[in-house]
Design a protein around this ligand. Structure first.
Ligand code: ATP
Ligand code: MG
Length: 428
């Protein structure tokens, strides 16, 4: 026998019955996007490496050490499996002049790839849903995208997710803060770890993000970006806060929330689950008014977020949120091959009327006994068994037996006219 092969480490198969949770999540997301007027966008999984280097910033975790980059041996192109989708969406928006007639509200769902150490909530292929609202400068749209995530928690029945908020101001404000930050950390250079020392002059803001315990005291006393913001930036933040207050959404201002990527300005936020510990950030995002220009488009403002689907599903499981069961309406039992043609015709007619019907199929040992077919019917979760037995067929009938109701009696229904009795199988 050939040596069995295994999936790539950190990349998971999503199999039934678990895949039902994913489908339910995706259905819920799509319904939400329709309610807010966000349209679906699907960009390639592979993009030119330069897109991410330019878009995310060279001194970021992703570009420094997490990208699946390779050279296409057919033509020498430098390519990368997308580690996130914002850069690709922005590329597509520019390439197809989508902002020509004004703003666009977009969403995506799909796999992302990062070469990280696999652990709970951290995989090498993982999945995100994300929104991008492009061409709108106002804080009203910042609040809109934040509140979309809140609606999603409600639709899913997920509780105990808290909101953290910060403002990164504008570039000139960050420059002034950056100088103060570098001076502060230089004064405590002996306390910095290797990562921080390397970032001191390239990306000092990211040092605030460090989880290193020994560095916490000097991080806590570091100059606060909020003190460097001018009136326009403070007003933007105040208006986002007013919108959140207006709907009673609590939040905490976290001055250390800087997000992992260089492209953010003004509003940044994270939704964090209390149930997942270290990998608790379910959704993170913010405003990125400079990115479109950085990728070669005409300057335009934008705001969005990305959400880790694995983490949301994990939080739902921790919260014991039950996923609506998906079971067929009926399971067709066909004890004799001679009855198969008739059973197929009835099943097709019922499906055309919108019912879910599973037709018993013979395995390698044949169709199996009546008893084993009933066991399958029961295991499928179907509410009814349809019995295409020889005795029933002799009368032109099919047996209809309720499986979930112990008092329910089997009845006979005409084989020739399923449309007349299909309603009896429908979920009340
Ligand atoms: P972290 O700080 O946990 O590494 P990040 O800042 O790298 O997160 P983002 O780039 O903002 O994450 O991605 C948005 C969301 O995608 C995260 O909040 C998280 O829910 C999810 N996510 C990110 N990386 C992974 C991964 N390797 N595996 C599973 N989910 C992930
Ligand atoms: Mg990360």
């Amino acid at each position: 026998m050939a040596e069995p092969l295994q999936a790539v480490k950190g990349m998971n198969d999503i199999l039934p019955p678990d895949s039902a949770r994913w489908e339910w999540f995706e259905d819920t997301v799509r319904a939400l996007m329709r309610r807010y007027g966000y349209l679906n966008v699907r960009t390639p999984i592979v993009e030119p490496t330069a897109l991410f280097v330019r878009g995310l910033g060279e001194v970021t975790d992703i570009v420094e050490k997490e990208m699946y980059s390779f050279v296409d041996s057919m033509n020498g192109d430098a390519l990368t499996l997308r580690p996130e989708a914002t850069a690709g969406v922005v590329r597509a928006v520019i390439e197809h002049s989508l902002l020509y007639e004004g703003g666009k509200r977009l969403f995506y769902i799909g796999p992302m790839f990062r070469h990280e150490k696999p652990q709970r909530g951290r995989y090498r292929q993982f999945h995100q849903v994300g929104v991008e609202a492009l061409g709108y400068p106002g804080p009203d749209v910042d609040a809109e995208v934040i509140l979309m995530a809140r609606s999603l928690w409600r639709d899913l029945g997920l509780t105990d997710v808290r909101l953290e908020l910060n403002s990164l101001g504008q570039q000139h404000e960050r420059q002034a803060h950056r100088a103060a930050l570098i001076a502060h950390f230089e004064a405590h250079a002996d306390r910095l770890d290797a990562d921080a020392r390397r970032r001191l002059h390239t990306n000092p803001l990211r040092i605030l993000d460090s989880k290193h315990a020994a560095m916490q005291p000097i991080i806590e006393t570091a100059p606060n970006l909020m003190d460097f913001l001018g009136d326009a930036s403070l007003d933007h933040l105040a208006r986002v806060r007013a919108a959140l207050d207006a709907v009673g959404q609590p939040y905490r201002i976290n001055p250390r929330l800087v997000r992992g990527l260089d492209y953010y300005n003004l509003t940044v936020f994270e939704w964090i689950s209390e149930r997942l510990g270290a990998q608790g950030t379910l959704c993170g995002g913010g405003r990125y008014d400079g990115l479109i220009e950085m990728i070669g488009g005409k300057p335009a403002p934008a705001v969005g977020w990305g959400m880790g689907i694995e983490r949301v599903l994990d939080a739902l499981q921790e919260a014991a949120v039950a996923v609506p069961a998906v079971a067929p309406d009926a399971y067709a039992i066909v004890p004799d091959a001679a009855a198969m043609a008739g059973a197929t015709a009835v099943a097709e007619a019922l499906r055309a009327l919108g019912l879910c019907v599973v037709l018993h199929a013979a395995g390698k040992d044949g169709p199996g006994s009546m008893k084993s077919q009933f066991r399958r019917a029961d295991g499928s979760g179907a509410r009814f068994a349809l019995i295409f037995g020889a005795a029933e067929a002799a009368q032109g009938m099919v047996g209809v037996k309720p499986l979930r109701d112990a008092t329910g009696q089997q009845v006979l229904r005409p084989l020739a006219s399923p449309a007349d009795w299909a309603h009896e199988l429908r979920n009340a």
